[in-house]
Write a protein that binds this ligand. Sequence first.
Ligand SMILES: NC(=O)c1ccc[n+]([C@@H]2O[C@H](COP(=O)([O-])OP(=O)(O)OC[C@H]3O[C@@H](n4cnc5c(N)ncnc54)[C@H](OP(=O)(O)O)[C@@H]3O)[C@@H](O)[C@H]2O)c1
Length: 270
Amino acid sequence: MMVGVSDWSLPARPVIGILHPGAMGAALGSALKARAGAVIWADAGRSQATSKRAELADLIAVPDVRELARRAHVVISICPPGAAREVAEQVAHAVAGLDRTPLYVDANAVSPATVASIGGLFPDGAVVDGAVIGPPAWEAGTTVLWLSGPRATTVEALFAGTPFATRVLGAELGTASALKACFALQSKALPAIWLALDEAARTLGVDGPLREELARTGVDYPAELGAVAARAKEKGWRWVAEMEEAADALAAAGVPDGFSRAAAEMYRRA
Ligand SMILES: NC(=O)c1ccc[n+]([C@@H]2O[C@H](COP(=O)([O-])OP(=O)(O)OC[C@H]3O[C@@H](n4cnc5c(N)ncnc54)[C@H](OP(=O)(O)O)[C@@H]3O)[C@@H](O)[C@H]2O)c1
């Protein structure tokens, strides 16, 4: 479904819609408050935790995604990667037939192909590809929002002076997500090897000797395993889709994608 054409100029104080105020969405929304006329979020279907985060970040609730999409000049999608396409479809559906389309920033950890498919839901130039590297930023110096796409510099300007540093990677949609997919190989696929190693050693009955050998060779196995297990317990459900998306990015580049697919499986089990 393609929605109507748009006037791309933003008002001096645009309305920003956040879908949805999770840990990262609340920080992004809060960062933009000083620059925006209003930062809004969509209440329907969201949990108490999201509602509480939005309240603490002083964001304004609107009833649902339809209302948000119709009011916002800029929509930022920041949700579990597996939901990125569905959220984009909801927004595209909400603004279909209107003479104004919001600028749509997909800031999720998805593959360049998924970003391209989201781009196909909106008029040319309406979508900006974003990739967040670093924790939810409440102060400067921790986190970079990488951007690409024809309107990337418009989004860069919005974030000027906020705790989110921005870097523009060019005018091509998908480049920011390609960077995130490569980064995720190191941040999420690599640590998953500890989960596989631990499960294999236990199943094969060699976990004791393996611990001994790793300790003897200077590897802090309990610390490595403990760190990834704790992170996987909290966020592993979300990383399944992120690893599958990263694998799709690698496969499209002709690089073996098994590392990321195996990591997705380990996080699924965790
Ligand atoms: N947190 C980080 O350190 C970090 C760092 C870099 C990038 N990111 C990226 O930021 C995005 C969000 O991460 P987060 O840490 O903010 O996650 P989060 O705290 O779990 O929040 C996710 C938000 O999305 C909503 N949501 C859950 N399931 C959904 C669905 N099926 N459809 C639409 N919305 C849904 C949640 O609402 P409910 O409360 O109702 O479930 C919540 O508001 C991810 O793409 C992640 O890759 C996060």
